[in-house]
Ligand binder design. Sequence first.
Ligand code: KG4
Ligand code: ZN
Length: 338
Amino acid sequence: MTAPTVLGIETSCDETGVGVVRGDELLADALASSVEEHARFGGVVPEVASRAHLEAIVPTVHRALAEAGIRMADVDAIAVTAGPGLAGALLVGVAAAKSYAVALGKPLYGVNHLAAHVAVDRLAHGDLPQPCVAMLVSGGHSSLLLVPDVTGPVTPLGQTIDDAAGEAFDKVARVLGLPFPGGPHIDRVARDGERDAIEFPRGVVRDAPYSFTFSGLKTAVARWVEARQRGGQPVPVADVAASFQEAVADVLTARAVRACQDQGVDHLVIGGGVAANSRLRALAEQRCAAAGVTLRIPPAKLCTDNGAMVAALGVLLVDADVEPSALTLPADPALSLT
Ligand code: KG4
Ligand code: ZN
């Protein structure tokens, strides 16, 4: 049999993503984003996101098919993010995927958003090593996972006990007067700053070597900025951004490398929106090389939410002969990886 062609649909947050993957080849990755509609609220507004998905889903599917140069009938299976994510937003993608699956008579695969963030790396760097340690860092999640096989259940090693890494970026950006979502803006302005200008705290979770905490760091940055403002001094935005970013990258990479060493696993995959961060990528590269761990991070464009990641995981499910989902597949905002 030739490599399966899978259409992947992602609508868990504010991105309507539709990707087409044939085997290990990315044929199309169409995206519509409602991010600008949320910017003035400083965070994603669920009802606004759902409405935007509803308007964008069909045109984005058509754009993906055109980009791939295929017809709907050439698609062998439909994969869709079933969770975790915003309930109303997920529902739009799941309903669309079911409709296409029924209309075409093709199998439907509900996938986990977090597993898709890991699986997408195969499009850039080939099949995923098994087992691997995966670090997922996005606006909603920060977790370390032991992944024996990305098509099956995974073992959580640790996660954030408060804010997600991306959430910390977004909140600190707000304190610095940078636009939402803040991660890419902090990354940009930090290039002109000194990462050791300010010693921000590295949060440690007692008795949980693979867990993260970012709320203390976020508060420390806010206090530091407030103190400057109260003193009538200018805020060195680039230095604050660079020093904050360093604290996040330091903690994330230290925990991830330690997890690999403790688990005896020599491959680390980093995924999710924060994996697009240039300092995180550089520091991870450096520390993995020193520890003899092979690092894989998808290209920045595939780190943030997209449809290609869903299609990439869909192909693995088809290839592994996993039973397709029933048409009663629910959208599950709290879908677990285990
Ligand atoms: O994976 P993603 O697109 O959506 C979720 O599943 O949450 O991640 C979005 C998060 C946002 O918090 C955004 O600020 C952050 O990823 N992000 C970044 C960068 N690009 C996106 N954070 C740091 N540096 C970046 N370059
Ligand atoms: Zn995501």
